[in-house]
Design a protein around this ligand. Structure first.
Ligand code: HEM
Length: 207
């Protein structure tokens, strides 16, 4: 299992209850577990940044840009969601139905789905980390979409934060150590790549 040396002080956040990363008072060289979520966040941060950069040209205050944004997500999402259905987190559920509703409300046909690799039961945790985490950024993005446009996909549920905490707790409970985590990180990285590629592909259609 991935560990930190004992006397470090690490910021707690919403998933912090699962892991105890506070400073070690007696300064003994105790080893403490690090939340799998923190490992994922740190190791995939460059990919999150790159994905965010790829979506940066999409100005969601402009309806045409918002349409392209939805199409980009709709080309990345279906195979990923299909690939993790019935695996990983037992509370996971797809967002594609909401995205399809938004597209239908805007009379946009469902785009061809990008390919996704076979997703193992372990890799499913990495894919779900990205899919669940994207709901966090989504709630900020939803606020920028002009009133009157459908935002079922981006709009947060009242329990978004609680779900995220629950997912992080489940991730830790299933963590089987370094090899397990490496596979999860690889899957998360590949999932970010899928969204990044979709963003880059559709950016050419932006007016
Ligand atoms: C389009 C531009 C994007 C912006 C501006 C953005 C912004 C953010 C923000 C502000 C957070 C932190 C939210 C919080 O802690 O409450 C976040 C977290 C996250 N986002 Fe994004 N995001 C973007 C795109 C994406 C995409 C496309 C994905 C994946 C498909 C994604 C995956 C994640 C994940 C996994 C986290 C959780 C990281 C962690 O704390 O462990 N983001 N994002």
């Amino acid at each position: 299992m991935t560990v930190l040396k004992g006397s470090q002080s690490v910021r707690m956040d919403e998933a912090g209850a699962q892991t105890r990363l506070t400073a070690c008072n007696d300064h003994r060289d105790r080893l403490r577990p690090v939340s799998a979520r923190f490992v994922l966040r740190e190791r995939t941060r460059p990919m999150h940044d790159a994905t965010e950069d790829a979506f940066a040209p999409y100005d969601l205050t402009r309806p045409e840009h918002y349409r392209c944004f939805l199409v980009a997500h709709a080309s990345a999402l279906p195979r990923l969601e299909l690939g993790v259905t019935g695996k990983g987190w037992d509370r996971w559920h797809p967002r594609l139905p909401r995205l399809v509703d938004d597209l239908a409300a805007l009379s946009i046909p469902l785009p061809v789905s990008m390919l996704a690799p076979d997703i193992s039961p372990v890799a499913a945790w990495g894919v779900q980390y990205v899919l669940e985490g994207s709901r966090l950024g989504g709630r900020l993005l939803a606020q920028t979409v002009p009133h009157g446009l459908p935002t079922r996909y981006l709009a947060p549920d009242p329990d978004t934060s609680a779900r995220w905490q629950a997912f992080c707790v489940a991730l830790d409970a299933h963590n089987r150590g370094d090899e397990w985590l490496d596979e999860v990180v690889d899957a998360a990285t590949e999932t970010f790549q899928t969204f990044r590629r979709a963003a880059l592909a559709l950016a050419g259609d932006l007016p």
